[in-house]
Design a protein around this ligand. Structure first.
Ligand code: HEC
Length: 122
């Protein structure tokens, strides 16, 4: 029984994780985890101050926002970026589906600085 429960919770986690990574493939048009591209590097973004990635040329709107990217703040921004922060240069319509956004944010939280995910994306 115990083994079964452990397997079940592992596999649930794996599914959620895989779909978060799939949702992130939409972000890869502009972002990488470990380096700045069209958009800033996203390794360690959960807990980071908005507009603070070194050597990335942010819009004034993002650089001056003064927010910290908690999971909740990420969720409201990613639902509709240009509405959440007028003046941002992230030209993306957003992720309207709550479950996709949640899975994506769990993926980003797992991609902490020095995590295996980030090392693999270098
Ligand atoms: C069309 C290109 C593009 C796409 C697609 C895109 N972004 Fe962005 N993103 C940007 C740009 C450009 C910025 C910088 C915004 C600014 O300076 O105003 C940015 C900024 C961000 C930031 C703020 C980071 C910081 O350092 O403060 C986060 C978080 C973010 N993007 C997450 C995502 C996620 C997650 C996705 C996928 C759902 C995504 N973006 C899709 C271009 C994109």
């Amino acid at each position: 029984m115990f083994v079964f429960a452990a397997l079940l919770s592992n596999s649930t986690h794996a599914v959620e994780f895989a779909s978060g990574e799939q949702v992130f493939s939409r972000c890869r048009a502009c972002h990488a985890l470990a380096r700045n591209r069209v958009g800033p590097a996203l390794c360690g973004v959960v807990g980071r101050k908005a507009g603070s990635m070194p050597k990335y040329p942010y819009s004034r709107a993002m650089a001056d926002w003064g927010k910290v990217w908690t999971e909740n703040e990420l969720s409201s921004f990613l639902e509709d970026p240009m509405k959440a922060r007028p003046g941002t240069k992230m030209g993306y319509a957003g992720i309207k589906n709550d479950q996709e956004r949640l899975a994506l944010i769990k993926f980003l939280a797992a991609a902490a600085v020095n995590s295996d995910l980030c090392a693999a994306d270098n």
